[in-house]
Each structure stands twice: as C-alpha cells, then as structure tokens.
Write a new protein. Structure first.
Length: 425
C-alpha cells in the first residue's frame, strides 16, 4: 500500500517514546535460553520482534502474549526444535540471535529469511560463533543465508574478535554461558562495541556473572535464570518524529525517558552535531521547531541503520555534510546508501553517493514526487519526513507495508501530531 504525504508547516503534541526493538529481541532470545518462566514487559510489537516468538515455539519454548507483556517458559539452554527449519523473515538481528541459539540444539537446524535477508553477507556472525566451536555454515559462497547449524553446543575458551565480528557481539555472547569452557572475548583496545552494554546488562539480570573490562569480556559457565525485564524506551527509535519536529514550526514532547543507553547517547551527539537542540528534563524530551541546522561530518559506525534519516537532516543543513563509516548500511533491509541517495535526488537534493556514506550539499529545496521506499522501513520513514518538508505531494511506493517491520502505529502517531499522511492502493 502506498503512502501519500502532504507538506506540513507545524506539528505539535505529546507522544510516548517507542520501546526498543533491539532490547525486545535480545530479551526474548535470552528468555528462550533461560530456565523457567520469564516475562518481557512493554515489548515492541512489530514484525521483526514477532519473529522471535514464533521461533521460540519452534525451539520448544512455551509462549503467552498479551498487549502489555510476553511470557516465555524457557528451555534451560537445551533447545529441542520441533522442526529443522526456522524462518527469520526480514530481521537480520533475529536471524543472528536464532542462529546462536540453534548452536545449542542436539540436531541440525536450517535458518533462512526473505529475499532481502538472503542477500546479506554475515561472515562476522559465522566466524564469531566458529571461534567458540560452533559448527555453523552458509550454503552460499558469499556467506549469506540460508545457514546450516549442526548443533552440539559450544567449546568456549579465549577468542579474539575483529571489528567485523564484534558487530555481532550480542549473538556471539548469547549462548556463551552454556559453553563447555569459560568464554573470554577480546575485541582490541579501540572503541567499545555498541550493543555491549545492552547484552551484558540483560545477561546480568539473568544471573550470569559477566565481567566486562576495557577490551575484554568474560562469561562463566553458568546457566541463565528466568528474568523479569521491562523493555526500555528508545530515543533513536523516535528519530522520524524528532527530525520532523525540529524542521517544522513545531512543539513536541516525548515521554518515557528513563535511561540513555550507548546508542541513544550517540544519537543525541549526532543531533547536536547538526545543531538540533533537544531539552531533556526528568523523563521528558522537548523538541522545538524551525531550528537552523548546520552541516557536519558524521561518523555513523555506531548506527548505520539511521543513515536515511540523517541524510534528510543533512538536506536541511547549511553547508556540505559528509556521512561516513556506514558501509554496513548497504547490507541491511536494502542498500540504504544507494536507496536514499536515489530517492532524495529525485526530490531535488544535491547528494553524492560514496562507498561508505553520502555527501550532501544543503540546504535543499525538496519537491514532492513519486518515490520508492525499497521495502525498507528506515528508507520509508526518512522519505515521510522528507515529504513533510517538500513542496507538493509525495507518494511513497509500498511504504505502509515496510513500516510494520519496525514501527508500531507510525502513521497514526504522525496523524496525532497534525501531519497529513494517507494511504493509496
């Protein structure tokens, strides 16, 4: 279903920050491996997270779901798949986590996904698990899915991860407590891998004594205990609403800020580099509109999935913005670098595609037109914001369907703020 976006001069209101998709998936995966009854409160209920619940049942776990809470009776580190095939649909995170769970199964498991996911090389995941003794392989020369996991458990031991493998740290760490030997992962003395804080905090809540120090993390052979976990709300997940409010004559309040994780801290720094002012007070974030953005040099190694939205901000910024170190964006739900560059160019942006990012000369006068969302929620969300800023109507091909993989009530939330976004078949 196509989306039709009309220009907006002002947005106003209050919204609740969305629950974190990553933390919903991580908590669900850990609950599958834990022993006993675990609860995941305030989960983000979207296609990418529902994949985890379906897989949990295939793995042998029992699942009860309500609007407010998911309850998972876990497997104590001993998956017993009812079938030898698991479909991760369109979620790379789900695929990586489910692959690591399947390592502990006694029998072989095949893991696959949709056409987009089957085009994504994931050598770092495969190598990280192999270093720990997992018998896991791609069926294709480019190390993309389908994957065959022969099971039998993990050896464990000391492993040095490269930067590429460290990107899959949550999946590599997830089965570590069930390895035959204590796991010690080293990842150099450079930047701490993003998502490290998220996965280690969850492991500790499940009573595993993780020891993290600079460049190294140790995990004892100690089973997960059942956990009760409330999924945190995420500022970066509200990026489309924050960007739209900052660039129109708006007043927006976002509720639900309890703690700023590493990814949100990086997101706030990126906003600051563009000159976007966000006022954090207590558990609220206030955004006032008509902000004058400045060009910046943006390292997106921490969050390549946000490249399309950052590109739209760059279109409104005065000067030349360089977005770099985001080559991973080419291997997500679409080639996000190429996709957003092509569609923003159609709308009148001065954008140059680079191997690992974009070069954008702003400010750009965007024109509404027909664009393609490339079946990618991040591209569609960015084009919605671009459409709100553009002169004239913007039609986004198949935009509504793609949003459902990561956003809950995206269009209705914008409606509540006064945006004119509609549907067309």
């Amino acid at each position: 279903m196509d989306l039709i976006v009309q220009p907006a001069t002002a947005l106003s209101g209050e919204i609740e920050l969305p629950s974190s998709k990553l933390h919903t998936q991580l908590a669900s995966a850990l609950a599958i491996l834990a022993g006993g009854k675990s609860t995941v409160e305030s989960p983000l209920r979207v296609k990418d997270t529902n994949v985890m619940l379906k897989a949990a049942e295939i793995m042998g776990a029992t699942v009860k779901r309500t609007q407010e809470k998911w309850t998972i009776w876990g497997l104590g580190g001993k998956p017993k798949p009812a079938q030898n095939f698991i479909d991760a649909k369109n979620s790379g995170t789900a695929l990586s986590l489910l692959t690591s769970i399947a390592v502990l199964a006694p029998t072989p498991t095949v893991l696959n996904g949709d056409v987009q996911l089957r085009s994504r090389s994931m050598l770092g995941l495969l190598m990280g698990l192999r270093y720990l003794g997992a018998d896991v392989h791609s069926t294709k020369p480019d190390d993309s899915p389908p994957f065959v996991v022969f099971g039998g458990g993990l050896r464990g031991g000391r492993v040095q991860l490269s930067e590429v493998e460290a990107r899959y740290l949550p999946a590599v760490l997830l089965p570590a407590p069930y390895a035959k030997k204590e796991v010690e992962l080293s990842f150099g003395r450079g930047k701490q891998p993003f998502q490290l804080e998220s996965i280690t905090e969850l492991m500790k809540k499940a009573r595993v004594r993780v020891t993290a120090r600079k460049g190294k993390i140790s995990v004892p052979t100690q089973p997960y205990r059942a956990l009760n976990y409330k999924v945190p709300r995420e500022l970066a997940g509200a990026a489309p609403f924050i960007a739209a409010a900052a660039l129109t004559d708006s007043r927006l309040k976002l509720r639900g800020v309890k703690r700023v994780f590493d990814r949100d801290a990086a997101f706030l720094q990126a906003m600051k580099s563009f000159g976007v002012r966000l006022h954090i007070s207590g558990r609220h974030v206030d955004v006032e509109g008509r902000q004058k953005l400045r060009a910046t040099r943006l390292d997106l190694s921490w969050g390549p999935e946000l490249l399309p939205m950052m590109a739209v901000l760059a279109c409104a910024a005065r000067g030349r913005t360089l977005i770099q170190n985001a080559v991973e964006a080419r291997k997500m739900k679409s080639d996000r670098i190429s996709a957003i560059a092509h569609e923003l160019h159609r709308m009148g942006a001065r954008v140059l595609e680079r191997h690992d990012g974009l070069l954008i000369q702003g400010p750009c006068e965007l024109k509404g037109c027909g664009v393609d969302g490339h079946d990618d929620y991040a591209v569609v969300a960015a084009l919605v914001v671009a459409g709100l800023l553009a002169d004239g109507k913007t039609t986004i091909k198949n935009g509504a369907d793609a949003l459902g993989t990561a956003y809950s009530h995206f269009v209705s939330t914008f409606h509540g703020l006064g945006a004119d976004i509609g549907y067309a078949h």
